[in-house]
Design a protein around this ligand. Structure first.
Ligand code: NDP
Ligand code: 2IT
Length: 448
């Protein structure tokens, strides 16, 4: 058998060649496969059956036109995507992202990440992602509805509770999920609750799904700190973003006695040394869909910095909860110099490879998204369980389940990292836990 490292490099070169120009996808693949050497050496059957080559090739990719009419009657054309990446462990599962930056390379990076993340949860879900280059920002509810209806008019034929189960991501929240589900129900003549997650709890959604990703990240960071004999209480925190994940990460940090002093959106950040006032932030962002600069207008002791660098704000815990590659090596060095001891990725791939290396070299607690933000999709799987049994659980019970899942994810990643000679390295832990689960199912199914 050729040298494993050389083989991994050859596979990576093929991925780059076969997926030209999709740099986020290349980055996500590299980050995973470069950690798999030890597990491939221990299990030659993975190499023999070309599991890595197969895992890097999406099972199916759907691209479609999404035409709709805006409020002025003008026709708009967007592009829709759904990539079913891997269904070895269950139906395809993963969110939909509506953001102008969406193209196939973003959807594939997210679908690839999702495959491993979903396996890390230990729940029966495969990996997928989808979305569109449509930007809901500044659009009326009626425009968002027409867009969602057009999007679902194509997507409906590719999804189903046993086939592919979408959910939200950037730009897709409860409003969009409602419009998407409404159109699916109308076209198919079926009230198939389990076809989409993140629904409003009043019509089939799970309590805690809205909070789950943010709460889960904080639970994960709490476990990492506990493993080092520390706690989250009293820590000063910075959370980037001010969307679904960021808001509920802040809520849980506050509940556990930490103080959040800064958050952001794509225009700038606010620094509020007395602590971000969550009720104000929620009203501005959730109810009124306004910008983070409006927070400073309402809280005069907070400072708004347009186009600034949020990671310059000193903190002990940093949670990047906005988007990919938002925290680079320079930002990581600033955080370290300011005394940061823990980083938990609420977003998918928010830290650049240079940033990750800096955190790992410094030996701080660094929780990669595949483990740290898995609470969202895990609670989606709990929503699927409730839908399948036509049941609805209480907030307390569902949150307890989420908390147990996050503790188990932490333990699995921690133990696996140590087993493969990299104690405390949650990147190695999460990648190997996820990979082994997917790979073993693929081996069992034969060449499919
Ligand atoms: P939201 O749309 O609710 O919020 C996104 C936030 O990030 C907004 O504050 C937005 O600012 C900011 N943001 C988005 N894109 C950019 C960009 N290109 N540059 C700077 N800021 C940006 O999305 P979510 O909170 O749901 O998602 C945030 C991250 O968490 C994403 O990486 C997503 O993939 C990940 N994630 C989400 C899960 C979920 O359950 N929702 C589960 C696991 C991970 P603005 O308003 O200015 O665009
Ligand atoms: O990145 C993610 O894990 C999500 N956007 C949530 C996916 C889901 O199916 O709940």
């Amino acid at each position: 058998m050729p040298d494993i490292q050389a083989r991994i490099e050859t596979i990576f070169e093929q991925v780059v060649r076969r997926n030209a120009g999709e740099r986020e996808f290349h980055q996500a693949v590299k980050e995973v496969i470069e950690t798999l050497g030890p597990v491939l050496r221990a299990h030659p059957e993975y190499t023999e059956h070309k599991i890595i080559e197969r895992i890097c090739e999406p099972e199916r990719q759907i691209i479609f036109r999404v035409p709709w009419q805006d409020d002025r009657g003008e026709v708009q054309i967007h592009r829709g995507f759904r990539v079913g990446f891997n269904s070895a462990l269950g139906p395809y599962k993963g969110g939909l992202r509506f953001h102008p930056s969406v193209y196939l390379g973003i959807v594939k990076f997210l679908g690839f990440e999702q495959t491993f993340k979903n396996a890390v949860t230990g729940m029966p879900i495969g990996g997928a992602k989808g979305g569109s280059d449509f930007d809901p920002k500044g659009r009326s509810d009626a425009e968002v509805m027409r867009f969602c209806q057009s999007f679902m008019t194509e997507l409906y034929r590719h999804i189903g509770e046993f086939t592919d189960v979408p959910a939200g991501d950037i730009g897709v929240g409860a409003r969009e999920i409602g419009f998407l589900f409404g159109q699916y129900k109308r076209i198919t003549n079926r009230y198939e609750s389990g076809v989409i997650t993140g629904k409003d709890p009043r019509w089939g959604g799970s309590l805690v799904r809205r909070e789950a990703t943010g709460y889960g990240v904080v639970y994960f960071v709490e476990e990492m700190l506990k493993a080092r004999g520390e706690s989250i209480e009293g820590k000063t925190c910075v959370v980037s973003g001010s969307g679904n994940v960021a808001i509920y990460a802040m809520e849980k940090l506050e509940a556990l006695g930490a103080q959040v002093v800064a958050c952001s959106d794509s225009n700038g950040f606010v620094h509020h040394p007395r602590g971000i006032h969550l009720a104000t932030l929620k009203r501005l962002k959730e109810a009124e869909r306004r910008r983070i600069r409006d927070y400073a207008a309402e809280r005069p002791d907070a400072k708004y910095v347009e186009a600034g660098r949020i990671w310059d704000v000193p903190c002990q815990v940093a949670l990047p909860c906005a988007t990919e590659n938002e925290l680079d090596e320079r930002a990581a060095r600033t955080l370290l110099a300011n005394g940061c001891v823990a980083v938990g990725e609420g977003a998918n791939m928010p830290v650049t490879p240079g940033g990750v290396r800096a955190f790992q070299a410094a030996g701080i607690a660094y929780g990669p998204g595949k483990a740290a933000n898995a609470g969202g999709v895990a609670t989606s799987a709990l929503e699927m369980q409730q839908n399948a049994s036509r049941d609805a659980w209480t907030f307390e019970y569902t949150e307890r389940r989420l908390h147990e899942i996050m503790r188990r994810i932490h333990r699995d990643c921690h133990e696996t990292a140590a087993e493969f000679g990299c104690p405390g390295n949650y990147v190695v832990g999460a990648n190997i836990v996820g990979f082994r689960r997917v790979a073993d199912a693929m081996l069992a199914f034969g060449v499919v």
